[in-house]
Design a protein. Structure first.
Length: 388
């Protein structure tokens, strides 16, 4: 009996010891190993739903730190475009806007300058390079003749010196039209804006308004383009953006709209009235004559108005800009020009052609799409931007 009880107690103790001892992993059977492999395979090949996958990538991109050994692209190191543009100086902004024009000239100019011999063939090739950039025949001839004279006088043989001299001569030509907008004393000062369809009048008015506001002037906009659908709505957007009043009529005579705007500006003590007009081609004589009528109505309110009549030109039109200047000048006597879209064309040389053939002051140039991309024209900065 006692022996039997001893066996029972001994068996219980051995079971407890086994339970306390760590279990040794047993070799998996073939069946169990197969099932584990299948589970792993299913887990790896399981596809994440498209939305979840994209989301996970986005989170990873934001949270993943960049290691020293990681290859970082130039784009990763470059600040966003708006930040770059905000840090550009006045002259750098103009250079950036004239990049396409500069590129069009620089390739040929660099190859010409690399040739040590400065002879007639050199001057002929340089003249063709300038004409290709829409500098125009007359302006190119003047530049080349002046360059020949000074190269001889100063005995220039080095290509770098010749390029610098070319830049000086171009600057002197452009200074003929470097005349900023006159100091505004009389109020309301009326600026009449004219131009062909698509030149960018509406956008230019919005940018000009911002520029004048930054100078501490108060501005009112007259929506005198009563022909084009949505013209006044587009101006209203710019008015809201600049927080200025825009006067318009559902249907009406453009002269009446501008006249009412001048009355309102005088009553409210507004410094400047910017008057929009309908776009028209130089060949549309009846519409050109309409401009003359608008000017007469403005003079009924103020004999000295409009105080500034600005033609907005699209740089992409190239030499056609010369014809536009002649036609509009005959109708309303232009006092200033604004050249837009210079950042999108290689025809920036047209400004030199204007300086030679129609030296009307170039008040501002547009070198981008942002609201502050309308810049006061500077002959030196422009020449630097063309020939850097």
């Amino acid at each position: 009996m006692f022996d039997f009880l001893k066996k029972i107690f001994k068996g219980n103790d051995s079971k407890k010891a086994e339970s306390k001892a760590p279990k040794q992993p047993s070799a998996p059977s073939k069946k169990s190993s197969k099932s584990i492999e299948e589970v792993k395979k299913k887990t790896v090949t399981k596809k994440t739903p498209p939305i979840q996958k994209n989301k996970s990538k986005l989170i990873a991109a934001k949270t993943k730190p960049k290691l020293k050994n990681d290859k970082i692209s130039v784009q990763d190191q470059t600040p966003e475009a708006p930040e770059q543009q905000n840090t550009l100086s006045f002259s750098e902004k103009i250079k950036a806007g004239l990049k396409k024009t500069r590129d069009a000239i620089s390739v040929n100019l660099s190859s010409l300058i690399s040739i040590k011999k400065i002879d007639q063939n050199f001057y002929d090739d340089l003249e063709m390079t300038l004409i290709a950039a829409d500098v125009g025949y007359a302006a190119s001839q003047q530049i080349i003749e002046e360059l020949k004279k000074r190269v001889k006088q100063e005995r220039i043989e080095d290509g770098t010196e010749l390029k610098q001299l070319l830049k000086v001569i171009l600057t002197e030509l452009l200074q003929e039209i470097e005349k900023p907008l006159i100091h505004i004393k009389q109020t309301p000062f009326v600026i009449l804006v004219v131009g062909v369809n698509g030149a960018g009048k509406t956008t230019t008015i919005g940018k000009l308004t911002k520029l004048l506001l930054d100078e501490g002037k108060s501005v009112l906009i007259a929506a005198g383009d009563t022909f084009r659908a949505a013209a006044k709505e587009q101006l209203q957007v710019w008015g809201d953006r600049n927080n200025v009043t825009v006067i318009s009529q559902e249907t009406g005579d453009p002269s009446a709209v501008i006249y009412d705007s001048m009355q309102s500006a005088k009553a409210k003590g507004i410094d400047i009235v910017i008057a929009d007009t309908a776009g028209r081609l130089p060949t549309q004589k009846h519409l050109i004559d309409e401009l003359a009528k608008i000017k007469k109505v403005i003079k009924k309110f103020d004999e000295s108005a409009p105080h500034e009549t600005i033609l907005v030109l699209d740089a992409n039109t190239g030499q056609n800009a010369i014809n536009q200047i002649k036609t509009f000048n005959e109708a309303v006597t232009l006092t200033g020009l604004i050249m837009t879209k210079l950042d999108g064309t290689a025809k920036g040389g047209i400004v030199a052609a204007i300086a030679k053939e129609n030296p009307i002051p170039l008040r501002f140039i547009g070198v981008g799409e942002k609201i502050d991309d309308l810049k006061i024209f500077s002959a030196e900065d422009y020449a630097e931007g063309m020939l850097e």
